[in-house]
Design a protein. Sequence first.
Length: 136
Amino acid sequence: MAERTTVTVFKVGTSSGDAVSWVAYLDDVSLNRIRNEIDAKTLASPQAVLMSDESADIPIGGPYTNASDNILGPMFAAPDTARYVEVGPIGSTAADPKYTTSYAYLKDYKIMLPANGIAKWSGTFRVVGGMTRGTY
């Protein structure tokens, strides 16, 4: 059964202790966990494939505001600063799953300015070393 949620958790900080919610700035969050295939063929094992260590991308976006740009602009200007990111896909009630990392980097930040409409922003956190799955 699918879980319906309106209480997604998305927090960012330099550590778990100072992480703050970004939910007010977002209308889209995805968590893409990735493992690449490594071709490991030998004469003895022509079909051998190994899986790489996990990495992840976290695409995010929302309506552009001064408040969102005051956070994202300086963060993008500090590319070597690792961030703590916490994602709670269905909220933060006891036993709800959460995914965390202390090694996320804001790899892109884009501002979209339509001719007629709402200005929006999007960005992607690249996670090095994968996410840890736990519960609240």
